[in-house]
Structures are given as structure tokens and as C-alpha cells.
Design a protein around this ligand. Structure first.
Ligand code: ADP
Ligand code: MN
Ligand code: MN
Ligand code: MN
Length: 357
């Protein structure tokens, strides 16, 4: 083994990131000395699947297959340094080549393979709630004799400014900047309706990159929260009662919708969404029935509906799309929950919207 050459050689710090069986995000680091030009240059690796709920102890190896490359915003790449840091999103496979529990990327790969001629674009609105370390108290909420109290009712918090109506902004800003540094296409951020709840949007991203970028943005959020000693909840209804839940509205367009749409095309799409409603709901997130009640800007989980500019529908058609006679635009699927798997949701939408159109 040759010694490190301080003039010629670079060091690459590779943070391999993957999904455990319960879809919690896990990662570990490897120092690597060979030049990297592309994700395909990064070697496979493995981990202890028995500690991630994905394999039995006696045959525990799970293989990591690098899929998408990002810059590491945590290990700063100093100017003129020979150290370069990357985040490597991986899929997990068992030794006999099957996807490990919790890893649905390969399922999405299969769906997108024959559907990319329609160039499916996704813009995902990730809502989430910040909690104190106890995971019980949303950030900024009062406590009375150790029990959770309530802030003033919803109204002043959405997109607010001011000390009494906003909490956690420095965390949100840090996440925003870290995602952009990583190369994730965050298109915006906003404070949400419940105190402690926020949103960022990822997109538009084409095909598989939507799932890759959203998963990595969640990983980055977990890491930012560590630094601030807070907890992020992806639960779709973290506080019961008259408080908004958290969703992952998925905005979607095909090439046809963007360039050559028509009312007939969009109505046919709505017909297909209606036929497949429960099939979609089945992959739109755990506990979504607590959120899709028909109140708090949602539609009931058992009914499909659509409407122009209507936030009480399953699918909202933006006003602009309607006003141009459906020539060019996108639709918003409001059903997915904040904890949904973007590989499953994007793939399911592609299936419904591209096949037999
Ligand atoms: P809302 O008005 O529902 O809060 P947002 O502004 O939060 O919507 O999110 C809209 C998302 O839709 C953004 O991520 C944006 O990039 C994305 N988007 C815009 N145009 C398209 C398109 N043609 N196809 C898919 N997504 C799109
Ligand atoms: Mn939004
Ligand atoms: Mn929102
Ligand atoms: Mn929305």
C-alpha cells in the first residue's frame, strides 16, 4: 500500500446514508483515497442488518449500493484542503439481492424505468413539527406543572414574524442552507399553521431524484436537530384536537401537462385518481387517517375529490392551470402524509398518471 502523497492525493470522507427497517435514517463514514467523479465510482459497502431490523443475527450482512451523491454540509470542505466530504444515499440489499425491508427505491426504479418519456416532475411540500427533547412538548408550547399546556389557538402562526408567533427559525434556516449546500433543490420554506410546525418544499425534481432528494433532506434535518438538542417529528397528526396535521402535498406534472394539456386530459386524470383512490391511500403514510378527517384543510380519507383552488379536496388544481384552459400547469395531491415514503408516492402517481393516458 503506497503512502499518502501530500502533493497529489485527496482524501474523500464518504457518509453512507440508508433506511433501516422502520425507515429511520442511519449512516456511517468511510475514508476513501480514490478520486470520485460520479456516484458509480463509489464502492458498495455493508452493515449489520440485525441492528437495523432488516436481517437475523446469524446472517446479518446487508449490502449498501450507492445511488445518489450530495455534498456534505456538516463536514465543511475547506478551501485548498485535500479533504472532500460527501453524503452518499444508498439502497440496501440482502445478500440474495432482494431489497431490504424499508428500502423501496428499487420498486420506484422499476416503475420509472418505462415512464420517463413523460418526464414526471414532483414538488414535495414537507411539513414537520419540532419538539423539545422529551418528544412530547412541541417547541414553544407552555408546560403547566410538568404537563403539556397549549398556546393561543391557531391563526397568528402561519408565515408569521415576531417572537410570540414564531419558534425555531434558526433551525429551519440552518436546514435550508445545509440542503442547498448539499445540492438538494429546496424551492422554499414557510412557518405552518400550528406553532412549532414548519414546511420546506423540494422540487421540481424529475423521477427518482424526487425521492432521493427528499430522503436526504430528512436526514439533514435529523442532523441539524442533533446540534440544537431538539427532535423532529414526521408524524401526520402530532397533536390531537383543533391543530393542523402535517402533510407532504405532492405537486405533479407530466410533459403533456406542462406543454400540451387540455381539460379532457386533466379530467381523465381525475377519473383515474378516483378509481385508484384507496390504492394511493395505502402508500400515502402511516397514521394518515388521524390527519385526513375532512377538517383542517384536508379531505376525508375515504372519499376522492378535486377542485380548482380548493384546499379541502384530495387534489387541488391551481387557479392558473384552470385559467389557461389546462394548456400548461400541474396538480397538487394533498393526500400524502408528512411521514410518507417518497419512493412509493412518486411511483404510484407516475403509474396512475402515465399508463393508458
Ligand atoms: P402551496 O401553494 O400548496 O403551499 P408550495 O409553493 O408550497 O405550494 O409548493 C409548490 C411546489 O410545487 C414547489 O416545490 C414547486 O417547485 C413545485 N412545482 C412548481 N411547478 C411544478 C410543476 N410543473 N410540476 C411539479 N411541481 C411543480
Ligand atoms: Mn406549501
Ligand atoms: Mn403547508
Ligand atoms: Mn400545498
Amino acid at each position: 500500500m503506497a503512502n499518502f502523497n501530500p502533493i497529489k492525493d485527496d482524501v474523500f470522507l464518504l457518509q453512507y446514508v440508508w433506511l433501516a427497517g422502520d425507515q429511520s435514517l442511519r449512516s456511517k463514514t468511510r475514508t476513501y483515497y480514490q478520486r470520485i467523479n460520479d456516484v458509480s465510482d463509489i464502492p458498495k459497502w455493508n452493515y449489520d442488518g440485525s441492528s437495523c431490523g432488516q436481517a437475523p443475527g446469524e446472517d446479518s450482512e446487508i449490502i449498501l449500493v450507492p445511488c445518489a451523491l450530495f455534498r456534505d454540509p456538516f463536514r465543511k470542505n475547506l478551501p485548498f484542503s485535500h479533504i472532500q466530504s460527501f453524503l452518499v444515499l444508498c439502497k440496501s440489499k440482502t445478500v440474495d439481492g432482494k431489497p431490504a425491508l424499508g428500502c423501496n427505491r428499487e420498486y420506484a426504479e422499476v416503475i420509472f424505468k418505462n415512464r420517463m418519456h413523460e418526464e414526471p416532475w414532483y414538488g414535495i411540500e414537507q411539513e414537520y413539527t419540532l419538539f423539545e427533547k422529551d418528544s412530547v412538548t412541541p417547541l414553544g408550547w407552555p408546560k403547566h406543572n410538568g404537563k403539556l399546556g397549549f398556546p393561543a389557538p391557531q391563526g397568528p402562526y402561519y408565515c408569521a414574524a415576531g417572537t410570540n408567533n414564531i419558534i425555531g427559525r434558526e433551525i429551519v434556516e440552518e436546514h435550508y442552507m445545509a440542503c442547498l449546500e448539499a445540492g438538494i433543490r429546496v424551492s422554499g420554506i414557510n412557518a405552518e399553521v400550528m406553532l412549532g410546525q414548519w414546511e420546506y418544499q423540494v422540487g421540481p425534481c424529475e423521477g427518482l431524484s424526487a425521492g432521493d432528494e427528499l430522503w436526504m433532506s430528512r436526514y439533514i434535518m435529523e442532523r441539524i436537530c442533533e446540534k440544537h438538542d431538539v427532535v423532529v417529528s414526521w408524524d401526520p397528526k402530532p397533536i390531537q384536537g383543533d391543530w393542523n396535521g402535517a402533510g407532504c402535498h405532492t405537486n405533479f406534472s407530466t410533459k403533456t401537462m406542462r406543454e400540451n394539456g387540455s381539460e379532457e386530459y386533466v379530467m381523465r386524470l381525475m377519473e383515474k385518481f378516483k378509481e385508484n383512490h384507496m390504492d394511493h391511500i395505502s402508500v400515502y403514510g402511516e397514521g394518515n387517517e388521524r390527519r385526513l378527517t375532512g377538517a383542517h384543510e384536508t379531505s376525508p380519507i375515504t372519499e376522492f375529490s378535486f377542485g380548482v383552488a380548493d384546499r379541502g379536496c384530495s387534489i387541488r388544481i391551481p387557479r392558473d392551470f384552470h385559467d389557461c384552459n389546462y394548456k400548461s400547469g400541474y396538480i397538487e395531491d394533498r393526500r400524502p402524509a408528512s411521514n410518507m415514503d417518497p419512493y412509493l408516492v412518486t411511483a404510484k402517481i407516475a403509474e396512475t398518471c402515465i399508463d393508458n393516458m
